[in-house]
Unconditional design. Structure first.
Length: 157
């Protein structure tokens, strides 16, 4: 265990592991029931992010931070959810290539992170932004993902 290894994983395998862990983490995070295995959810989200950090684009890395923020929020870890959410939200707001479905998801996850750490004014702002972005999305699959995330967010008063 203390020995150093020169073993490396090629990019194809890194990408494969990033996708597999990402998809499984999203399946757990989107489940409307109570998270059955917080450790599994968090481990998968962080593993996916690590693999994307090795081979992914800036967008893929920010999406992995989004997933980590969502996983932490679903696990009721408000401060760390907010930390990871902060690391991605500016990217999705400022990047001109960000599509409405991506903004809607990023805003919803950030809103949930704000709620979990009691930043209620920011929570309300980002729920509204998510709903506004969602209203522009036409693809049914994208809308389905957005709705799964919004399911966890109470609407502002």
């Amino acid at each position: 265990m203390g020995e150093s290894s020169n073993f490396t994983i090629d990019q194809d395998w890194q990408t494969h592991f990033a996708k597999v862990t990402n998809n499984r983490a999203w399946d757990l995070a989107e489940d409307p029931n109570e998270v059955s295995s917080i450790n599994e959810l968090l481990n998968l989200a962080h593993a996916s992010a690590w693999h994307w950090s090795q081979v992914g684009s800036k967008r893929e890395i920010m999406r992995s931070n989004l997933l980590i923020a969502f996983a932490h929020a679903r696990s009721n870890f408000g401060q760390t959810a907010y930390h990871f959410s902060q690391s991605m939200i500016d990217f999705f707001i400022r990047d001109p290539d960000t599509q409405d479905w991506e903004k809607a998801i990023a805003f919803a996850v950030h809103a949930l992170a704000c709620l979990k750490c009691r930043k209620l004014d920011e929570f309300e702002k980002f729920v509204t932004l998510s709903l506004d972005s969602s209203s522009k999305v036409k693809n049914p699959q994208d809308l389905n993902v957005i709705q799964k995330i919004l399911h966890f967010i109470p609407q502002p008063l």
